[in-house]
Design a protein around this ligand. Structure first.
Ligand code: BGC
Length: 452
């Protein structure tokens, strides 16, 4: 058994995190171009003006992907690069960049997976109320249709949204990401509804404009893992995963963002308190939101343990064990998240599963021998992929895995402090070095995971 023969082995990036060229060739501004230039928002005042300069180095970057043996590459389109005002006039030079990148990928037998939205929202639309404005749905539809018409002759795999939990939760709820707002639920809940509806109309547009298209979604939400294999603990974890919390944690929950898209309904636990804030006619909108998807993507980095409890909810969260291993960014290392996440999500949504992001940040450095030795990342990957493989063996229909990230890049509010890449980037010189883990991952790809 193990992974399917046609398993999609890839790596992922996002436009603002790698492209740079923030003010070039007619690109409009995104909320991140503004936020990263505000004082005290980002570690050491770092911004994405240049980032990995991928805009100018995409050709050699594709060669590095080839060297790793990637079968697929997931990247996002910068909305304001192709529509500087978010709608209306098109920036042909922006489209040309993505056309060149796509052509280069295809020439090298690397399958492009295009994410329409990975957080760099057009500033011009932010000024019009962003996702809170009901028109945001038609703005996104216009943008999705432009991408479909321009790239759809060559790109067949599209992802509508990356982690709505994070751009709404971090950007508009707790304000640590762009645009740095802290809004009340009366604004946030309609926003979440408009994002979901945008997912629906974009999926519909992609289907009607791109022959043989495959459409997916890439939300997140840390998996809940059972503390033991007892049926009671497994049920407790399942319940915890899909129960919407009563506080503002709802914005980070899995079910709130996936049930409407995958099942055509909001989770009852969320409606109890949040229904009052949903826009009029929300029930009708569910038909638009609920579109058939070809794959269900998910970004997973770690999970939390739960056990059955004699309380109202029937579950309780356990702390991570004292001294539990952590990555450089201080996220716990919990390989089982790649078993239980896909397991519970497939059980609930019954849609082919793709791991759209997974990886770790480490204190990577160039050694005296000129190489980057990162045994911890290799070990992390090995453990996580073994758990993922086990999920496939236990019947989860798993189609692919995208490592986050292809290269070190701009880690949002952490700036360049965190290194998540398979490729080391020296930001002063833009020199790239494949880390040891990149060569190790090449072996995994070559053996289709048999060497794990
Ligand atoms: C995001 C990436 C981010 C990564 C590591 C995900 O939340 O999609 O953009 O860099 O995790 O934090």
């Amino acid at each position: 058994m193990g992974f399917r023969k046609d398993f999609i082995w890839g790596a992922a990036t996002a436009s603002y995190q790698i492209e740079g060229a923030a003010f070039e060739d007619g690109k409009g501004l995104s909320v991140w171009d503004r936020f990263s230039h505000e004082p005290d928002k980002v570690f050491d005042g770092h911004n994405g003006d240049v980032a990995c300069d991928h805009y100018h180095r995409y050709e050699s970057d594709v060669q590095l992907m080839k060297e790793i043996g990637l079968k697929a590459y997931r990247f996002s389109i910068s909305w304001p690069r192709v529509l500087p005002e978010g709608k209306g006039a098109v920036n042909q030079k922006g489209l040309d960049f993505y056309n060149r990148l796509i052509d280069q990928l295809l020439k090298n037998d690397i399958r492009p997976f295009v994410t329409l939205f990975h957080w760099d929202y057009p500033s011009a639309l932010q000024a019009l109320g962003a996702w809170e404005n009901p028109d945001s749905v038609k703005w996104f539809e216009e943008y999705a249709a432009l991408c479909a018409r321009t790239f759809g002759d060559r790109v067949k795999d599209f992802i509508t949204f990356n982690e709505p939990q994070c751009f709404i939760g971090l950007g508009y709820t707790i304000g640590v990401h762009a645009p740095g707002l802290k809004l009340p639920d009366s604004s946030l809940v309609p926003m979440s509804h408009h994002v979901l509806k945008s997912h629906g109309v974009a999926t519909r547009a992609l289907r009607s404009l791109v022959p043989d298209v495959r459409v997916g979604y890439a939300p997140c939400g840390d998996p809940c893992m059972p503390a033991s294999l007892s049926p009671e603990d497994i049920e407790a974890a399942r319940k915890a995963y899909f129960t919407v919390p009563e506080n503002q944690g709802w914005a980070f929950n899995a079910a709130w963002w996936s049930d409407p898209a995958m099942l055509g309904c909001y989770p009852e636990s969320g409606l109890k308190r949040l229904e009052q804030f949903l826009p009029k006619g929300w029930q009708e909108d569910l038909k638009v939101i609920h579109q058939p998807l070809d794959f269900y993507g998910q970004n997973i980095y770690n999970g939390n343990y739960f056990r059955a409890a004699d309380n109202e909810q029937g579950f309780e969260k356990l702390p991570h064990p004292v001294g539990c291993p952590k990555t450089a960014i201080q996220w716990p290392i919990t390989p089982e998240a790649l078993y239980w996440g896909p397991y519970f999500l497939y059980e609930r949504y019954k849609t082919p599963f793709i791991m759209t992001e997974n990886g770790m940040s480490a204190h990577d450095a160039v050694s005296l021998d000129g190489k980057v030795h990162d045994p911890n990342r290799q070990d992390f990957l090995n453990r996580y992929l073994l758990a993922f493989k086990q999920a496939a063996e236990d019947g989860v229909d798993i189609r692919g895995y995208f490592h986050w990230s292809l290269m070190d890049n701009y880690e949002w509010a952490q700036g360049y402090r965190e290194r998540f890449g398979l490729i080391h980037v020296d930001y002063e010189t833009q020199k790239r070095i494949l880390k040891d883990s990149a060569y190790w991952y090449r072996g995994v790809i070559e053996s289709n995971g048999e060497c794990l």
